[in-house]
Design a protein around this ligand. Structure first.
Ligand code: ADP
Ligand code: MG
Length: 700
């Protein structure tokens, strides 16, 4: 597949080449990110109006938006009281009845615009049965008899997103003219040409059935989606409202194909440029490791490890995403993967998003690997500033990486691992834990530092499939879809602050029975601007009061790293029974004896984040309890908490989250760099994304 051709399409011409667009309008259009003819053609209408038949004003119904057409018979501004703002009102008549249009704030231009005798289209709704019939702040459009008249009436018309100085009518005219002049230039993209070829190829192999499966898009006569040119016309000036969705899907498919093409080209380029280090291992360390681990790997863990081993022994460096809900046992998988590389004589780096998590991994790996004779080093940002060489070894001697003699060393750390002049000899495998905390760009630079080591990224944020296919299209995905057995249930309750005293009684009961609790607040300190959001530094004392005779610890981001370590050690040893913390503990922390999680101001956390936090409990054999405290009244916040009460399935939660919030936040920094989707919807278009992925896979 050749590189995409440079964009010589006439559609790439500046928007000024559309008749009616001069310097001034070009500037206004730029505010809407419309720079080229193509941008204008793809300016997605925000709604449509069926103007084939106008509703008589007499037939307007309460709360049903409608467009009517009327001539102004009276207009003017009035002031109810001296000193108050003037409002503007005009009266439209369509021969069946009269309709008042009302704007609470009269603007100077209104009196000149809404003049008696002019005809307008008025879109709005009656909100009151009282007479006179009134639309408050309706959308209006002047009916100007002229060449363009047929663009604006007697059809379904688009109403576009606008900017001050550009009316709906002008925008519609511009789009119409752009279509008239450029429609024939709207070419089918390269991929669909290819699709025809690929069908032929398949035909020659006698496999027409597969090529023409009705579920896949193709350009045979039985085409299911419109051509791109038709789709553009249909999205702007649909013949029927049902055309709109078909057209949108076609244009979305083009977007997803382009996106997949980007992703998969990157992957191909990478594979062509890099040769894999042989890291498949020989079980020399693995066998004794598994024997002393204390539990048997789940079938899901074993399956994933089989995939990883195939990658590590394969021709191309591994690029794999390991998805597994919180508590599914990703660390053990990381350890086994590390051993494969170590057995093969290569070093391994393991990066965690927080110091606490890095410390925890360091401790785990040290215990696991010491009997195997594998050295483990730790590097975190704070450690580095306190101590030049920066490396902590299991015997607590600090040494530089050069004295960690390969083969067979593993380096654990935060991103400091890669920023601090990191240059490990014989780096065979990089493991990134909790991938969602790192952007794609970070991931790339990180791996490029080595000589194309294998890469395993692990995430507990179940990435909805749509996002997975788009964001991580350059990674292969493995899923741990099974929890280790012998775990207690997690029960989740949403409550209001009124119930807090009872909740604290409950927590005390559990602590007396030997368990431990996390108590989480959104803030470190109370902010002046929002005193209602609770903060750990303030609540710490309250918790101590509410839990007399309980040892309470405090943990947040502004505590010195050495002290953080101490607090975590105390909590692990059950010397601290209740840990008051910020969401700092959301990732990775693993203390199986902790069975209660109390989260106050729960509405201030995202759904995925609450699920992560909840993942800190339910790690041992005891039954666990998550209590979400919130007084929030708004529907979205309540919906979030309800989902958590109903399910513990991270995958369902992620999908719900995507629907509630849209993909923006989930994409986060990952979105920059990815192309902007005008028509594609990451929350809804799974089938199109799959189709696009399949199409692009055939292109290579
Ligand atoms: P996460 O996937 O969230 O990173 P962890 O790796 O922290 O999960 O594992 C959670 C807990 O489950 C740890 O205490 C770990 O030792 C334990 N664990 C992992 N795998 C198994 C298994 N196969 N059987 C029993 N316990 C396991
Ligand atoms: Mg983990």
């Amino acid at each position: 597949m050749a590189a995409p051709e440079p964009n010589l399409s006439p559609l790439a011409a500046p928007v000024i080449s559309v008749w009616g667009v001069g310097e001034e309008r070009a500037k206004l259009l730029a505010r809407l990110d419309i720079f080229t003819v193509e941008d204008l053609l793809l300016h997605k209408p925000r709604r449509y109006e069926d103007r084939r038949k106008f509703l008589p004003i007499r037939e307007l119904k309460l709360n049903e938006p409608a467009t009517v057409r009327g001539i102004i018979v009276a207009a003017g501004s009035k002031r109810f009281k001296k000193g108050t703002r003037a409002m503007f009102e005009c009266v439209f008549d369509d021969g069946t009845a009269r309709l008042h249009g009302r704007w609470w704030q009269a603007q100077p231009w209104m009196a000149d615009w809404f003049t008696v005798g002019r005809e307008f289209l008025i879109y709005g709704k009656l909100e009151d049965v009282k007479k006179p019939r009134t639309f408050t702040h309706p959308e209006t459009e002047l009916v100007e008899p002229g060449d363009d008249e047929f663009v604006h009436v007697n059809r379904i018309v688009p109403v576009h997103p606008l900017t001050e100085g550009l009316t709906a009518r002008v925008m519609r005219s511009l789009v119409w003219r752009a279509l008239e002049k450029f429609e024939t230039e709207i070419a089918e993209p390269v991929w669909s040409r290819f699709q025809v070829e690929s069908s032929r190829v398949q035909e020659s192999k006698g496999d027409t059935a597969a090529a023409l499966k009705p579920s896949t898009f193709n350009l045979q006569p039985s085409t299911l989606l419109p051509s791109r040119a038709n789709a553009v016309r249909m999205i702007q000036f649909p013949g029927e409202l049902t055309d709109v969705e078909l057209a949108r899907q076609r244009l979305a498919l083009d977007e997803f194909v382009a996106l997949q093409f980007q992703i998969q080209s990157r992957r191909k380029k990478f594979e062509a440029a890099s040769k894999a280090l042989p890291c498949g291992g020989d079980n020399r360390l693995m066998k004794p490791f598994l024997a002393q681990l204390g539990f048997k790997l789940t079938a899901a863990q074993t399956n994933v490890l089989r995939e990883i081993r195939a990658d590590l022994g394969g021709a191309h460096p591994m690029r794999r995403l390991l998805q597994g809900d919180v508590g599914s046992g990703k660390t053990a998988v990381a350890a086994c993967s590390a051993l494969m590389a170590l057995e093969s004589g290569f070093n391994v780096a393991l990066m965690a998003p927080t110091e606490i998590l890095a410390e925890q991994h360091f401790r785990n790996f040290s215990t696991w690997f010491a009997p195997l004779g594998v050295k483990v080093g730790l590097q975190t940002g704070s450690r580095k500033s306190g101590d030049d060489s920066g490396w902590k070894m299991e015997d607590d001697k600090r040494v530089g990486p050069s004295s960690l003699q390969p083969p067979a060393s593993i380096f654990v750390g935060t991103h400091a691992l890669f920023t601090a002049g990191f240059d490990l000899p014989k780096l065979g495998l990089v493991i990134i834990d909790e991938q969602h905390k790192f952007g794609v760009a970070q991931r790339e630079t990180l791996v490029r530092k080595g000589n194309y080591p294998h890469l395993l990224v692990m995430t507990a944020t179940p990435i909805p499939r749509t996002l997975g296919l788009t964001l991580y299209g350059d990674l292969h995905v493995s899923v741990i879809d099974e929890m280790p057995g012998g775990r207690g249930q997690i029960k989740t309750f949403a409550r209001t602050t009124e119930k807090l005293p009872k909740v604290f009684d409950f927590i005390r009961e559990k602590i007396v029975a030997g368990r431990q609790a996390y108590i989480v607040y959104p803030r470190v300190e109370v902010a002046d601007t929002d005193k209602d959001i609770k903060a750990v530094t303030q609540e710490f004392a309250n918790v101590q009061k509410a839990l007399p005779a309980v040892k309470v610890g405090l943990l947040h981001g502004r505590i010195k790293p050495a002290d953080k370590e101490k607090v975590m050690a105390g909590f692990r040893a059950n010397k601290i029974q209740a840990l008051v913390a910020t969401s700092l503990i959301e990732v990775g922390v693993d203390v199986p004896n902790a069975t209660v999680m109390l989260i106050e101001n729960a509405e201030h956390f995202g759904l995925a984040q609450l699920h992560q936090l909840r993942g800190r409990i339910g790690r041992g054999a005891h039954e666990s309890f998550c209590i979400l405290i919130s007084d929030a009244q708004n529907a979205e916040a309540q919906a979030r908490l309800k989902i958590l009460e109903e399910t513990n399935d991270g995958f369902k939660i992620a999908e719900a989250d995507l629907k509630l919030r849209g993909p923006g936040e989930l994409l986060g920094q990952q979105q920059s760099g990815a192309m902007k989707l005008r028509f594609g919807d990451l929350a809804e278009d799974l089938h199109l994304i799959r189709q696009a992925r399949g199409l692009v896979a055939k292109m290579f």
